[in-house]
Design a protein around this ligand. Sequence first.
Ligand code: ATP
Length: 253
Amino acid sequence: MACIEIDGVSVAVPVDGMTGAPSDAASKVLLDGVRATLTEPRIAVVGANGSGKSTLLRLLNGLVEPTSGSVRIDGLDTVRDGRAVRQRVGFVFTDPLSQLVMPTGREDVELSLRRRHRNRAERAAAAQAVLDRFGLGALADQSVYELSGGERQLMALAAVLAVDPGVLVLDEPSTLLDLRNRELLRRTLAGLGQQVILSTHDLELALDADRVLVVEGGRIAYDGEPASSVGFYRELCAAPAGIAGPRTTAEGS
Ligand SMILES: Nc1ncnc2c1ncn2[C@@H]1O[C@H](COP(=O)(O)OP(=O)(O)OP(=O)(O)O)[C@@H](O)[C@H]1O
């Protein structure tokens, strides 16, 4: 597994049309002093809407840059070594249409494989193997706009996994899936050799993980084994709005 080191990361953005580096006076803090070392095979991130889960995941492949602190993947800095990091870390977006840029799923998977297989016939065969692995062969030549949301989501996952990234980051991957496809996703994730880090509102999916981080107000409010993290999160959600609940042992560790 990779070693992901999130070292005192804060992310702030300018507010109300301000440009340039955010100053304290005119910035919105999306993440605040996040620190964690992630080495487990399956890690889930849960938290309320707007708590900072996507921002945290986007740090991992350099889509979001820290305002302060650093993120390293096996020693590679996500800002300084962005290209190498992105080759190592595959990212699956919540909205598959943010990801599927080609007219059909087959073309998208082939696009992912363009560097790995320069030869067109080899690339086509490799793409077919990926599509078959995910049971997507019959949908491969359909316009991505004609696929259902769930089919698109699985196609986007296949396109990212085609290049076998060492780390797979998924932002709310089960959002659009029906029960059958959610189970297919769970089985697929369970069978993957890569390290998987996902954000989710699906607590069953979170319970499949080895470790669950609870994000609240841009901070890691709890970090532990799945049952206790999910228990903490349930309590947090049950508390009246505006009360953040107890902070934990693991905060800042
Ligand atoms: N580029 C940006 N500029 C300004 N605010 C941002 C930006 N990106 C995110 N935010 C804000 O930061 C907060 C955290 O957003 P984020 O998308 O990380 O939350 P989330 O936990 O993934 O939420 P959800 O569960 O609703 O997807 C939200 O209030 C969001 O509006």
